[in-house]
Structure formats: C-alpha cells, structure tokens
Design a protein around this ligand. Sequence first.
Ligand SMILES: [Mn+2]
Length: 408
Amino acid sequence: MSFSERYLPKKEDFDRLILCFSDIEMGSGGIMDDFPHSDFFAELLDKYNDSYFLGTHVDLVFNGDTFDLLKTDFQGKYPRHIDKTVALGKFFKVAAAHPQFFEGVRKFLEFDQKNRRAIFITGNHDFELLFPEVQRVIRSACGFENEILFPGLSYEFGKVRVEHGSQHDTMFALDEQHPFVEYDGKKILNIPWGSVALLDVIIPLKDHFFHLDRLKPKDKVLEALPEFKEWLVSRLWNYYTKDYLKDFLHSSDPLKKVKWSMLKEVIRRFYTLHADVSINMSMKEELEKSDQFSLYLIGHQHETGWWSFGNRKIIQTGCFRNEFMIEGPDHEISRINKNYVEVFMKGERVVRSRIEEVDNPPLPENYVPMNVSEYREVIRNLLKSFSEEQQKNSESKQRKNTEVESTL
Ligand SMILES: [Mn+2]
C-alpha cells in the first residue's frame, strides 16, 4: 500500500514526521537474539522512502534499548566495569549480526538527506551509546555523520519530549551528572544498581532461560514453574552474602552500591506482574502540572499505553523485540504484536499522533519452546547444581552469613 492511499494529514498540514521505536533489543544473533529481524526492520523503514515524504522532515527516533548490549557478552563474560573496550567489543558483536539494520538506516537517510535524521536515545540496555567511540562506529556503519544524533537520555522536538523511561525507574536510573566514573585508571560507565545486580547474577545464566524472559504474563510463567522463585531468591541471597559483601567491605569498587532491600526489589520485579507503575504515575503528574510539552513518548516497560489530559498525552510504545503470551490451561504460547509511533508535526506543534501495529516477522526455527513446562527440568537441574555448590562452600560461608544477617 502506498502512502498516498493511506489516511494521512494533507501534505501542507505537517512539516515533520517522527517515527519512534523503542526496545528493539537487537542481540548478537542466533536463538538468544530477541530481535533477529533486521531484514524485516529495514523493509519497514523502506516504506517511508516514498515520494510522498520528499521535502518533509522525517526523523527516525530510536527511543532506547535499541541494542541489547546489557545481555551481550564480552569475551564470554558480563563485566560490570564497562570501559570503551568492553563497550565496543559488545557493540561489534551485535553489529555483526545485524548488517541489514545499518543498511536500512543508511537507505532511509540517503532518500532525502537534508530532511532526515536518525536519533539514538540511550536506554538501560544500551548505556554504551554514551561512549563517543561507540557513536563513531554507528555513524560509520550507517555511512552518515551529521544526520545521526546521540542526544543522551532524552530529546525534544518543540512540544514533544522523547525519553526511554528508565530514568523514572528506581532500578535503572542513571546518574545524569556522573554517567562515567574512574576505576582502575579507566573511564567506566556508572551503571545503576539494577544493572549491576542483573550483570552479576541473572544475565550470566541467560543461556538457561532466555525464553522465559520473553514470556508474559509473569504470574503464568511462575505458575508453570514454581521452582523458579526459589531458585532466584537463593541465587540472589548467595550473591549478596558471599560475593557482594566481601567485595563491598574490601574494595573501592564504585559500582558496589546494592543493598539487600534492592535485591529484594529485583526478586519482586521478577515474580510480580507489573514492572513499575510509578513511572506512569510520575509522568502523568507532570502532564497535568505543566504545559511545556503536549506529547511525551516513552518505552521501557514493554507494554503499550496511551494516557491523556485534555490535549496533552503520553504514548508508551510496546517493545519491538519478540515477546509471547501464555494463555489457557495448557499454557499455549502466542505472539505479541510489535508497534511504533508516528507523530505528525507542524512547526513546534503536534498535528496528530498514532500507534502503528505491525505484522510479526517469521521466527527462526526452535525459537520458542513448545511448552513452558519444558523448563521445569531445566530449573530443577539448576537448583540441584546450585545446592551442591552451596554445600561445598558451606563451612566458610556459615560464619560469613551469620555476620551478614546481623547487619541486615
Ligand atoms: Mn529499558
């Protein structure tokens, strides 16, 4: 279908179109990649290379978590100390798996270079975009310099404000004043405590249950896998009492800022249905208090939303990565549609905005397990090897645990 056939504002009624995508979460390829569909994405972008848009500004906004660098390893490990070498190493792994993404962005910009830009906003899965070295690589991969922007954690177009949303999330908010810290003579990312906990404890185990992370709703997942919570709690407790406190007491690591109450929050997030409703709450308050912006675009929560206060609104894009729904007594798995947002503007003003839902691309083979209960065995084995490991260390640990418990 061509754009002229679609219901669009008249050309004279808008001078800018914003296309906003969030949480694409491209990984390093294969079955563990949450978005192995760069070809599909490039095809979607190509629809905007239509003569209808010639002479109109079209801004392509990646509203955070475009690249899933959080879950990408560096030389087989998931270091919490991320300097430019680690950041680049992880980025190259993702880029190598997604040449069509960069090709698609290049074609999009080339179509009407003086009117087009690609804007990469940083999310909590791609803080690495803050390194100028990583930005340089992206610019060269897309073949454009000035048309590619890295504004950091947010970007504003007149009455529109775009941000990923993680800054309103206590687990993943970055210290904007100090995004980097010095450690061991290197400039490293000052990642928030939620990221530290995930990198130290959860992500190294992603090989075992990367599928689970893509399933919704969480309470159904746990209903099918009652051992999961037990496993998670013991894993975090062991991390906290053994590795974490030892390092905390005997090192000057600037990223050691996790408390047990924070880890409890990690557990709560894993086994409750709702991620963090406080994000929407604080934004809704802002919407009513101030008329500075008439449209806020956010992502991060992997749930689509639309809230309004008169002519002001918040649109939350759902994730663009693959996610699935478990339904029915047999826990059947079905796909969740992806979406993005189109915003038509005239000058500073929003003319119209809408959420565009897209058809899902075909999945690679064996991408989704037939049945969630297949995981029971995996979790049981993990728990077994974990308790064996604990047994081995029990004597020295017992003493430490007692010390720790008395400090909690
Ligand atoms: Mn996020």
